[in-house]
Design a protein around this ligand. Structure first.
Ligand code: FAD
Length: 464
């Protein structure tokens, strides 16, 4: 990834606004820039837009939406901001948190009203750290549907998406971006001049060298995000003198079906399930969150553990396409008794039965276990039981380029790169420095809310 001088460069075409990356951040930015009156070109390295967005559950947290009001749910941007800050131990920039929390609800309503995305709010379970049910998703609860519907909206708006085009060069002059260079699969090259550029090419989860440097705990872990996320925005930013922050911040996940490689919703745990290691024993406070649980799981013998739950919880989890896929793939083990479950998973029966008894006693008595987890108010598990073997994985990084209120990239000395914007995983998010700071939904929050903000500001530059 290089930065070259734009002096004397002959560009093949010129567009007012260029967007690198056709995940949620890039597609939302393109829609917003187009609405601001600018002509936009989206450039994507893959044959079809997918990104990590397509791999996600497509759930976007948003407070104070009409879907929440219709469901009688009370929430506000202030409450959401407080949840984000509490999870990340006050590390994120409070102004950015307030901006994202205040703008994501209107962004979802805009996507629904203007572009026909049929969001609804999840009412039957709550993700750890959220004080209100505020996760919004599309009917299939899949990120594939989210990216497909966004891509369709972009195409219906007449915005071209140039696929199979990997940007490897930015051309800069006098502290601003003048254009970019891209390479096609046959090796041919094109240069595109632009008045404003949005970096929406996510973080560095797919770049082993950058992960080993910034997230060493997960350097050997399965990477479950999109391979195309090679840290290009970070590398360009560093070469341009851009400020970066919280590069060790990331989202892990302690619940990826092993060896099937299918995400198992954390509702299997929050609704009353628990995780045991090869000895049939619990090893952590699973309720802290699935992100920090990735490293806990990987520290167990063999790097995999078993989540134990029951048919009631499976019924809740089944709303997720991934869970249905896991069932079809045979990843979910069913058993009428704990003895049968232990035998099928090669776990010591006595230890597993004792662990279940401890958990159920905690549910009845309302106490906390030695790890600090409270089971108060959680329904008991009952036969028939369900279980799934899972491992820990790195999903995506959360650190990145520091941006101002308009998502414009800031330099290390606090100035702006006037026509360069960053959104989604390319920008520093609101999760702080570790795995524990990730509040569910922080990823698509930064993609959707910051994507719209970046698109509006880039679009305004594109029409001048
Ligand atoms: C399994 C999984 C589940 C998740 N579930 C959720 C969830 O439910 N809720 C949530 O909020 N977050 C979730 N996340 C995180 C969320 O998916 C990401 O934070 C979000 O999708 C980031 O969006 P983005 O547009 O920044 O990046 P992406 O969707 O990854 O898009 C970036 C695009 O840029 C392209 N690109 C990269 N470099 C170049 C280049 N040089 N030239 C051209 N194109 C380039 C890539 O090919 C890619 O298509 C999940 C992540 C994973 C992996």
């Amino acid at each position: 990834m290089t930065i070259e001088s734009a002096k004397g460069v002959a560009f093949d075409i010129e567009v007012p606004v260029a967007v690198i990356g056709a995940g949620a951040a890039g597609l939302v930015a393109a829609l917003a820039a187009h609405e601001a009156g600018a002509e936009v070109l989206v450039i994507e390295r893959d044959p079809v837009p997918r990104g990590s967005t397509a791999l996600s559950a497509g759930l976007v947290p948003a407070p104070g939406t009409r879907w929440q009001r219709e469901a009688g749910l009370e929430d506000s941007p202030a409450l959401f901001s407080a949840d984000i800050m509490a999870k990340a131990k006050d590390e994120p920039d409070p102004a950015l948190v307030a901006r994202l929390a205040g703008s994501v609800g209107p962004a979802l309503e805009w996507l629904a009203d203007r572009h026909g995305l049929p969001f609804s709010v999840i009412t039957d379970f709550r993700y750890p750290g959220h004080s209100a049910n505020r996760m919004h998703g599309l009917p299939s609860r899949s990120g594939e549907e989210l990216v497909d519907r966004l891509a369709r909206a972009v195409e219906e708006s007449g915005i071209p998406i140039l696929c199979e085009a990997a940007v490897d060069t930015l051309y800069a002059e006098d502290g601003a971006i003048r254009g970019l260079g891209l390479v096609r699969p046959d090796g041919s090259r094109e240069r595109v001049a632009c008045r404003a550029l949005v970096l929406a090419c996510n973080g560095y989860g797919g770049n082993k060298v950058l992960v080993a440097k910034h997230v060493p705990d997960l350097s050997g872990a399965l990477y479950f995000g999109h391979e195309g996320n090679q840290g290009d925005a970070l590398l360009w930013g560093a070469a341009l003198g851009a400020a970066t922050r919280h590069l060790s911040g990331h989202q892990g996940h302690g619940s990826v079906a092993h060896p099937h490689g299918i995400l198992i919703t954390w509702a299997t745990v929050t609704e009353g399930g628990f995780q045991v290691n090869a000895e049939g024993r619990r090893f952590s406070n699973e309720s802290k969150g699935y992100s920090e649980q990735a490293a806990e799981v990987l520290r167990q013998p063999g790097g995999s553990v078993v989540t134990v739950f029951d048919a009631r919880i499976a019924g809740i989890a089944r709303q997720f396409e991934d869970f249905r896929k896991a069932e079809s793939a045979g990843a979910i083990v069913e058993a009428e008794t704990i003895a049968e479950l232990a035998a099928r998973l090669h776990l010591p029966e006595d230890a597993l039965a004792a662990t279940l008894a401890e958990v159920e006693a905690l549910k009845r008595d309302g106490g906390r276990d030695g790890f600090g987890r409270s089971f108060a108010g959680v329904p008991a598990l009952g036969a028939p039981y369900r279980a799934v073997r899972v491992t820990g994985a790195l999903f995506h990084t959360q650190g990145g380029l520091v941006v101002d209120d308009d998502a414009r990239v800031l330099t290390e000395n606090g100035a702006t790169i006037s026509n360069l914007f960053a959104a989604g995983g390319a920008a520093c998010g609101v999760s702080g420095t570790g795995a524990g700071g990730y509040l569910s939904g922080n990823g698509l929050l930064a993609a959707v809310a910051l994507g719209r903000i970046a698109g509006q500001a880039a679009g305004a530059m594109g029409v001048c």
